[in-house]
Design a protein around this ligand. Structure first.
Ligand SMILES: Nc1ncnc2c1ncn2[C@@H]1O[C@H](COP(=O)(O)OP(=O)(O)O)[C@@H](O)[C@H]1O
Ligand SMILES: [Mg+2]
Length: 241
């Protein structure tokens, strides 16, 4: 089992108040699953993503990643694991504005000490995979929203992580560009990647094989998606906008 969460609770402390953001979550995700986590605003989706991505720790309960109890890791091992095993994709891309596409994609490899020539080679190949070979020298301001998200996806892929974690990846894009990005996720899943996608839109969740619905911090339902969107065209072959 790639991800195993048992009896997990997360409370935020605000002054004298405790805000229960996640309540008794139990969840298992296998390698190469494609899962969408859904729920209304404030239901706990981002809190769960932060815990899955080792950016935050549970208040109680356990999170095992590839058999390792994440709560037993010290800060250095945790950030090493985050850098190696988790590819993050955010709604607002989170690219560094002064860096080119290539430099943005190279960043995680710099943190993990990969030598310069290998870094460049791997970053170029990740950019090729997302269909952006012709934009490697562009800065984020010189790219469209969809292209920026492709750079962010290349940056997430470049370390060959165990999971791709995407929080509302199409939230800042128009629906046509959002579809292109979802086709790219489809291809990446076909190639063997494990994808966990967070969204409040059923239309986006329909691209995934499994839909988990969170309500008020608890898992309300967890089902195979019987309404899966059929994707035919390979995104790397289409002309990107
Ligand atoms: N840093 C924080 N401090 C206090 N409360 C928080 C914090 N982050 C989130 N919350 C609260 O936890 C609940 C879940 O938030 P969140 O995980 O961001 O939901 P979602 O991503 O589904 O919109 C909400 O009630 C929110 O107000
Ligand atoms: Mg959120």
């Amino acid at each position: 089992m790639l991800i195993e969460i048992s009896n997990l609770t997360k409370k935020y402390i605000m002054g004298e108040m405790e805000v229960p953001a996640l309540i008794d979550i139990n969840l298992q995700i296998k390698k190469n699953e494609y899962v969408a986590i859904m729920g209304p605003s404030g239901s706990g989706k981002s809190t769960l993503m932060n815990i899955l991505g080792c950016l935050d720790t549970p208040t109680t309960g356990h999170y095992f990643f590839n058999g390792t109890d994440v709560s037993t890791l010290d800060d250095d091992s945790l950030s090493a694991m985050r850098n190696k095993e988790i590819g993050f994709i955010f709604q607002n891309f989170n690219l560094l504005p002064r860096l080119s596409s290539l430099q943005n994609v190279e960043l995680p490899l710099i943190y993990s000490g990969v030598p310069a020539h290998e870094r460049k080679e791997r970053a170029l190949s990740a950019l090729e995979k997302v269909g952006l070979s012709s934009r490697v020298g562009h800065k984020p301001t010189e790219l469209s929203g969809g292209q920026k998200q492709r750079v962010a996806i290349a940056r997430a892929l470049v370390t060959s992580p165990g999971i791709l974690l995407a929080d509302e990846p199409t939230g800042a894009l128009d629906s046509k560009t959002g579809e292109d990005i979802m086709r790219l996720f489809h291809d990446l899943h076909q190639e063997g990647n494990t994808i966990i996608l967070i969204t409040h839109e059923q239309e986006i969740a329909n691209y995934a094989d499994r839909n988990i619905y969170i309500k008020d911090g608890s898992i309300h339902s967890d089902q195979i998606n019987g309404n899966k969107t059929q994707v035919k065209q390979s995104s790397s072959l289409i002309n990107i906008q």
